[in-house]
Design a protein around this ligand. Structure first.
Ligand SMILES: [Zn+2]
Length: 474
């Protein structure tokens, strides 16, 4: 009997140890060592922020208060004080980019990052510790964490065309990305069913192309029903969201859908589309949703649009899409046919390549790099700087890397979060039924297909949330 009691005691003790050490941290830090003691946050706690982190002071203050119930005293500097929580940038730290250390001892808390974003990642870890159910409010367990990301590109996309999400919802979405240490928000701003970014040189893109319903240039779709539905972001709104994201360590890559998925454009400015005698339908059943690539004025229009994008988005990449283009339209358009004849093309993919080579030049003119979906590598060469988003599958990412392009893995079969998560759930199914386990099973580097040198071209991984089904909560 004694033996059993002893066994039970040992078992319970070990449970306690496990419980004390378990912190719900996502993603899991590279190294974590926890001790059974705790630091008690003083009611008059002092937060010391490195000068380089000062732009995030309001964010840090608000999140700290919300998660601990304690109003901190904040100062900018790098002098250590006992019982304080200190955030330091140390560029000489021997840790990969965006890495950080978090140390909680009896003297206080030190979050040290190689860069501002490293510090912010450490702060997110601290926030997760505050909200872990094992941790008593107002305390922090003694812990030593060293953490850094495997990939420099950790992105997530949101489609705001098929459903429109207001500025606050977009900010909340960015908060969720930051909480999971993701650093890129890919903002899908235009598509067939709504143009969502104010372009001052082309006002009808939003005034007309931002709305659908009875009497509008766009028909109702995706649950918008028999009412006027839509909206758009002004350039001021966008600047506000861009700084909101940067304060949280998130950069925003904008996407303009060209030359396909452009019904909102051709409905607002019909002259931009091809002139054809027969209608052909895109993959999603849209007609007239392609830019005419033989109409010379369209390149000036695109130059102005891209210039306005780059004036409000400081990020180094401009995503210019190129997916699912209904190239059959070009086959019937005299202007597009004239370009093909002049250039000696036999295939409309070559015409698509011609279009993207011209777009790359415009994007470069405004000191940005081009990004696009995996279809744009077809039909000819592109600049080796152009970054490819492999959405159709892993093999498309391999093909892109073999052609020398930096590549982000975003295969629909694993990282499209609009796929149903179970047989019974509403959602797309064309790529897979995608539950959490399946997402976690995804390995972004196909080691057997790429040499070590080639593997370096895989910049990271991204998820996508297309919004066809997001008109209802579930
Ligand atoms: Zn045309």
């Amino acid at each position: 009997m004694k033996k059993y009691i002893l066994l039970i005691a040992v078992f319970l003790t070990s449970l306690n140890v496990i419980q004390a050490q378990k912190l719900d941290l996502i993603p899991k830090p590279v190294k974590i060592e926890q001790q059974p003691r705790t630091f008690i946050i003083p009611a008059s706690v002092h937060l010391i922020l490195d000068e380089k982190v000062h732009k995030s002071a309001v964010f840090i203050n608000d999140k700290f208060l919300k998660n601990t119930g304690i109003t901190p005293k904040i100062s900018i500097g790098n002098k250590h004080k006992n019982n304080a929580i200190q955030f330091l940038v140390d560029e000489k730290m021997n840790i990969p980019n965006d890495g950080y250390t978090l140390s909680v001892t009896r003297k206080g808390v030190l979050v040290k990052g190689k860069s501002t974003n490293g510090v912010l990642n450490g702060f997110q870890t601290l926030l997760q510790i505050f909200s872990a159910k094992e941790v008593r409010r107002g305390t922090i367990p003694f812990v030593e964490i060293e953490d850094y990301p495997r990939f420099e590109w950790r992105g997530m996309m949101l489609d705001v065309s098929r459903q429109f999400f207001d500025k606050q919802t977009v900010k909340n979405y960015i908060d969720w990305l930051a909480a999971h240490k993701m650093n890129i928000f890919h903002w899908h701003l235009t598509d067939d069913n709504g143009w969502r970014i104010e372009i001052k040189s082309m006002p009808d893109l939003t005034l007309k192309g931002g709305f659908r319903g009875p009497g509008e240039v766009l028909l109702p779709s995706y649950g918008s029903g028999n009412k006027r539905y839509g909206g758009y972001y002004t350039q001021e709104d966008i600047k506000e969201v861009v700084s909101y994201a940067l304060e949280r360590g998130v950069s925003i890559m904008p996407e303009i859908e060209i030359p396909g998925h452009s019904r909102a454009v051709t409905a607002s400015y019909p002259e931009i589309g091809c002139v054809t005698s027969q209608e052909t339908k895109s993959v999603q059943g849209e007609v007239k949703n392609v830019w005419c690539v033989g109409r010379e004025e369209n390149y000036q229009i695109l130059d102005s649009i891209i210039r306005e994008f780059t004036e409000i988005f400081p990020f180094e990449y401009m995503h210019v899409a190129g997916d699912e283009v209904n190239r059959a339209t070009w086959g019937q358009c005299p202007k597009c046919q004239a370009v093909m004849k002049k250039e000696g093309y036999t295939d409309t993919f070559q015409l698509q390549n011609y279009f993207f080579r011209r777009i790359e030049k415009i994007v470069e003119k405004y000191d940005r790099k081009t990004a696009g979906w995996n279809e744009i590598i077809k039909g000819g060469e592109l600049s080796p700087k152009t970054q490819i988003f492999a959405w159709q599958g892993i093999s498309y990412g391999i093909e892109s890397v073999k052609k020398g392009h930096p590549t982000v893995m975003i295969p629909g079969q694993y990282t499209y979060f609009d796929m149903a998560q179970s047989e019974n759930e509403r959602g797309h199914r064309w790529a897979a039924i995608t539950d959490t386990k399946r997402v976690y099973s995804f390995e972004p580097i196909p080691e057997n297909d790429l040499s070590l040198e080639e593997q370096k071209l895989i910049k990271g991984v991204q998820g996508a949330l297309w919004s066809e089904y997001l008109d209802l909560p579930a």
